[in-house]
Write a protein that binds this ligand. Structure first.
Ligand SMILES: NC(=O)c1ccc[n+]([C@@H]2O[C@H](COP(=O)([O-])OP(=O)(O)OC[C@H]3O[C@@H](n4cnc5c(N)ncnc54)[C@H](O)[C@@H]3O)[C@@H](O)[C@H]2O)c1
Length: 258
């Protein structure tokens, strides 16, 4: 008898109401996980949890801005109650982008982007790890980006934040490997989500070469949200039991081209 790849597991998806995080909430639930969707978008989060329930899966929504320590702690307390202090999978996906010439970016934009993209991973992981350590295992997946290693004009702040996601992933994997924790990252190219579509439009407005033709040349076609979700599923699942501290690029070979 075949079972789902996350059968019986309790999973959290931050930024899980929409985009590639929304796809991950659905894919994880379809593979048997009970999913806690954490997001700032209340209506979208609740609707997705209902949709998953109607499809025979299990999911609930918890509102939190993952860049706020107080909101993360309250959300993880609620989730720990629902999951009886047993969390198997944490997918840190929430994040955003600022597109501007570097010299026009402000200190408050720097702080905001680092908080949403990097501090969020620190806060969520710090809140969830004790539950994983209590039962001796856990899989953490972080959403990084091709921008962690490939510089894009108008995205200095974003690229810097994603570089930090790479090292956060490796350092958590190193520190907690002996206690049964795996921590890996997915690093997508351009994805067909609200974030990806806005990014392409704003970059084009600044004259950066990311027209449809450019995207085809770079990565064949735009990436679909489910393709990122499936990569995150692999890293979250026991199939990746010996994969730790890795950064898995989901870019159809964009970065390996000469
Ligand atoms: N779309 C792309 O082309 C692309 C490429 C590489 C990496 N990424 C990464 O994927 C992630 C976002 O991806 P998406 O494309 O699915 O975008 P999206 O904008 O469609 O979805 C992001 C989700 O995160 C939520 N979110 C944003 N800020 C939050 C916060 N402070 N607290 C809680 N939830 C919050 C949003 O409400 C939304 O539901 C980011 O980490 C981004 O850097 C995206």
């Amino acid at each position: 008898m075949s079972t789902g790849r996350l059968e019986g597991q309790n999973a959290i998806v931050s930024g899980g109401a929409a985009g590639a995080g929304g796809a991950a909430s659905e894919v994880f639930a379809r593979e048997g996980a009970h999913v806690a969707i954490v997001d700032i978008q209340v209506d979208a989060g609740r609707e997705l949890a209902d949709k998953i329930g109607q499809a025979g899966g299990r999911a609930f929504f918890v509102k939190a801005d993952v860049s706020s320590a107080g909101e993360v702690e309250a959300a993880v307390d609620t989730i720990n109650e629902r999951f009886e202090n047993h969390i198997d999978v944490l997918y840190n996906h929430a994040g955003t982008v600022i597109i501007k010439p570097f010299l026009e970016t402000t200190e408050s934009e720097w702080d905001w982007l680092m908080n949403v993209n990097v501090k969020s991973m620190f806060l969520m992981t710090r809140a969830v790890l004790p539950s994983m350590l209590n039962h001796g295992s856990g899989a953490i997946v972080n959403t990084s980006s091709i921008s962690a290693v490939a510089g894009t004009p108008m995205e200095v702040l974003y690229c810097t934040s994603k570089g930090a996601c790479h090292m956060f992933t490796r350092a958590i994997a190193t520190e907690y490997r002996e206690q049964g924790i795996r921590c890996n990252a997915v690093c997508p190219g351009f994805i067909r989500t609200a974030h990806g579509i806005r990014e392409l439009k704003e970059l084009q407005d600044y004259g950066v070469n990311v027209t449809e033709e450019d995207i085809c040349r770079l990565q064949g076609r735009i990436c679909e949200p489910e393709e990122v979700a499936n990569a995150a599923l692999f890293l979250a699942s026991k199939e990746a039991s010996f994969v730790n501290g890795e950064t898995l690029f989901v870019d159809n070979g964009m970065l390996v081209q000469t």
